[in-house]
Design a protein around this ligand. Structure first.
Ligand code: ADP
Ligand code: MG
Length: 338
């Protein structure tokens, strides 16, 4: 957005406009008309509106007529109107461009919505045949086990494992597509409370694990509680998973001191990752660890990124192999410095 003109700059522009209009009325040539267009462009760039330019024009014309008696009224009126039309042409172009951009954006949004609902229904419809594959493989293993040799049973177990993994992939993709749907419902949300309940659930699922969980109290954000809960579930699910080989896991949540906008962080002392690939982490299906070492589908961080971006924010990560990882996010654009 361009800033409005200060009064000295406005006066300068008005003076130039007045001279150019005078020149055009005196000897209506192309060069003087081009000048009108140029002045109009400068007015748009400086943030002036159509009405302000029209007033500038009116004022210039009034002054000119006060200085010089009207010898050929028809010519002056026609020339002045032509000059103003030229001056306004840049405004019209800008409006048309805005309109074209708006239409293109609307078309892109519509295409996105269609694609989204297409993938949603495809993913949804894939679940039934998968359940069938898994269910009948299970039935075969249980009810026909006397007819199957060891190889046959092993192959069927592979079929079931693959069907279950695919089913998990589909669930994760559906969750990813769900975070793009619906309106953002922003409120003043206590993130510390959400994080506590997520960590309690993780601990309850594996009570034998030793973990030090440090949650800064009173961390708030202006955000959609449902979406932020989904993002934090993914981030803490990862922190919990990637620390599972540590004798004592350490997972921390907080907000960096004195940063605007607020920078929230999730830190762990787990397996970490190679910073060379830090940019890849947030892509769908991108994983830096093998399924044998750490199970997963690689959709979680893509979901986190989508949620954070919907809030106008950004997420990034820092880590080192075997030295833990820290994920940071902000929920609004940083204010650009002048
Ligand atoms: N806390 C973490 N510590 C180390 N690596 C991580 C951490 N969180 C995410 N990653 C890396 O990013 C990849 C993508 O994460 P994610 O999308 O959540 O997928 P998933 O958890 O299913 O593997 C992970 O496979 C892992 O390689
Ligand atoms: Mg994950």
């Amino acid at each position: 957005m361009s800033a409005s003109l200060d009064s000295a700059a406005r006066e300068r522009l008005a003076g130039e406009y007045s001279c150019a209009l005078d020149a055009y009325i005196l000897g209506a040539d192309e060069a003087a008309l081009t000048r009108a267009c140029e002045l109009g462009r400068r007015a748009v760039t400086a943030g002036l509106g159509v009405l302000e330019l029209a007033l500038m024009h009116h004022e210039a014309l009034r002054k000119l007529l006060a200085q010089r008696p009207l010898s050929d009224g028809d010519h002056v009126v026609a020339a002045a109107a032509q000059f103003l039309t030229e001056g306004l042409s840049h405004f019209e172009m800008t409006l048309r461009l805005d309109d074209a951009v708006r239409k293109a954006n609307a078309a892109a949004e519509e295409a996105n919505r269609e694609l989204e609902s297409f993938s949603y229904s495809v993913a949804h419809d894939l679940r039934a045949p998968l359940r069938c594959i898994d269910g009948f493989s299970k039935a075969l293993l249980e009810e026909c086990k006397t007819q199957l040799d060891d190889d046959g049973k092993r192959y069927l177990r592979y079929v079931r494992e693959s069907a279950q993994r695919m089913s998990q992939l589909i669930d994760d993709l559906l969750a990813l597509s769900r975070v793009s749907r619906g309106e953002l419902d922003r409120a003043h949300v206590n993130l510390s409370l959400i994080v506590r309940s997520i960590l309690e659930r993780l601990r309850a699922a594996e009570p034998a694990r030793r973990a030090e969980l440090i949650v800064q109290e009173g961390v708030f954000a202006h955000c959609d509680a449902r979406l932020l809960t989904a993002a934090l579930e993914n981030l803490f699910g990862n922190a919990w998973k990637f620390t599972n080989k540590r004798p004592l896991a350490r997972i921390e949540f907080g907000v960096e001191p004195d940063k605007r906008p607020a920078v929230y962080f999730i830190r762990d002392n787990g397996a970490g990752f190679d910073m060379t690939y830090a940019g890849k982490l947030f892509g769908v299906f991108q994983r830096l660890h093998s399924v044998q070492d750490f199970e997963g589908t690689g959709v979680g961080l893509a979901t986190v990124q989508r949620i954070v971006r919907r809030h106008g924010g950004r997420v990034w990560a820092e880590g080192a192999v075997d030295r833990g990882a820290t994920f940071y996010f902000i929920l609004e654009e940083p204010v650009a410095r002048a």
